[in-house]
Design a protein around this ligand. Structure first.
Ligand code: AMP
Length: 394
């Protein structure tokens, strides 16, 4: 019997698959994009030719195609020992990963109102894989689960109690799998145990969030009821004054239009007026494009404010950790952010920063810095594979 573990990440218009061997090494990965569009296409790692998906392919059709292509690979005999699924919203029901059965599926369905764009597609992936592999244990790993240790003072909004009691309006937090991985990796790099390690973890990709982790547990985080709150992101605004809804309603802008603006037209894209891609924005700023320069400024300043705010939840700090496409790859963003925090005694080492910490176990701070600053590549798929393997064998 093959001992591979399959990891499935069904996004709103894309699908990622990864296959891990028994030593939790990734052997094959695949990405299907533009699902439900006529030009839907998929790529498998190591293959030259993309796989043409049927016109307007659904997640289900793309999964079938990719599994067939995986089956031709030597590393996959066709029966994984476990399948791990990324699920965005676990509400207050899921504090940790869960074996998928009819009760789990109905609980994920109950959380769908909180994540209407994500949970239904996550469920579509789960159902398709259960049909393909009825005998294989399947496990759901939730983006929100790691943040279920937030104390009430951090997760409650200052709203009437009925908002929380009747409608579940509270801060849930997201990117939990990545922040959890940061807590584990930072502890390892610092030669400590996760249970004694406290960090501030900044996940900076297309979505961005920051979490205070006290002795291994999430105690504050910047994303809230939805993944819109907090930091400046690729196309999401992050924090705004909720008064703008009313104000824009008075200008004839509908709730739907405000939703689209805040989620799809704001953040780096809104400020730069050009793109949501941070690398391009940094290049444009370098060439004197003023709106892109402003986008970098707002991004770094907001992030620095949040780093300082996260210290309110900690009694000691072992490291500030940067991850995600921007956090791992941009010396400029790390440096401009940390410059705002000189009162905290933080200082970057330009040489170590330029090499993304690869010369120094992730460390990019100078010897004089009051706290270590680390750069750690995130690996959410590995966490999902590990959890799936653990629960399947339990
Ligand atoms: P992710 O969602 O984690 O894949 O991150 C995507 C973001 O990382 C995009 O905004 C990319 O432009 C950004 N990124 C990747 N490499 C770099 C780089 N070298 N400098 C700045 N941003 C980068």
């Amino acid at each position: 019997m093959d001992e591979s573990i399959l990891v499935v990440n069904c996004g709103s218009s894309s699908l990622k698959l990864a296959l891990f061997d028994r030593h939790l090494q990734k052997t094959v990965s695949a990405l299907a994009e533009k699902l439900n569009r006529p030009d839907a296409v998929a790529h498998i790692s190591g293959d030259q030719e993309p796989i043409q998906l049927p016109s307007g392919a659904s997640h289900k059709k793309a999964l079938h195609k990719l599994i067939q292509a995986f089956a031709k690979r030597k590393s996959f005999s066709g029966q994984p020992i476990a399948i791990g699924h990324r699920v965005v919203h676990g509400g207050e029901t899921f504090r940790e990963a869960a074996l998928i059965n009819p009760e789990t599926i109905s609980a994920i369905q109950d959380c769908a109102g909180l994540a209407p764009l994500h949970n239904p597609v996550n469920l579509a992936g789960i159902k398709a894989m259960r049909a393909l592999f009825p005998a294989v244990p399947q496990i759901a790993v939730f983006d929100t689960a790691f943040h279920q240790t937030l104390p009430e003072r951090a997760y409650r909004y200052a709203l009437p109690e009925r908002c929380y009691k009747n409608w579940g309006i509270r801060r849930y937090g997201f990117h939990g799998t990545s922040h959890y991985f940061m807590a584990q990796e930072a502890a390892r790099l610092l030669g400590k145990t996760p249970a004694t390690t406290s960090i501030i973890s900044a996940h900076l990709g297309n979505g961005c969030s920051i979490t205070a982790i006290k002795n291994g547990l999430s105690v504050d985080t910047s994303m809230g009821l939805t993944p819109l709150e907090g930091l400046v992101m690729g196309t999401r605004s992050g924090d705004v004054d909720p008064g703008l809804f009313d104000y824009l309603a008075g200008k004839g802008v509908s709730a739907d239009e405000v939703h689209t603006m805040l989620n799809n037209e704001s953040g780096l894209l809104g400020l730069s007026g050009q793109t949501n891609d941070m690398r391009t924005i940094c290049e444009l700023a370098e060439h004197g494009h003023a709106p892109s320069r402003l986008a970098v400024d707002v991004f770094c300043f907001r992030l620095a404010r949040y780093i300082a705010a996260m210290t309110a939840s900690l009694t000691h700090l072992d490291a500030i950790v940067f991850t995600g496409g921007i956090g791992e790859n941009s010396p400029q963003i790390r440096s401009e952010t940390i410059k705002h925090l000189h009162l905290m005694g933080l200082e970057i080492d330009p040489e170590l920063n330029q090499h993304h910490g690869r010369l120094s176990d992730g460390r990019v701070n100078s010897a004089d810095s009051r706290f270590p600053v680390l750069t750690i590549p995130t690996n959410e798929e590995l966490v999902i594979a590990r959890e799936a393997g653990r629960l399947a064998s339990a």
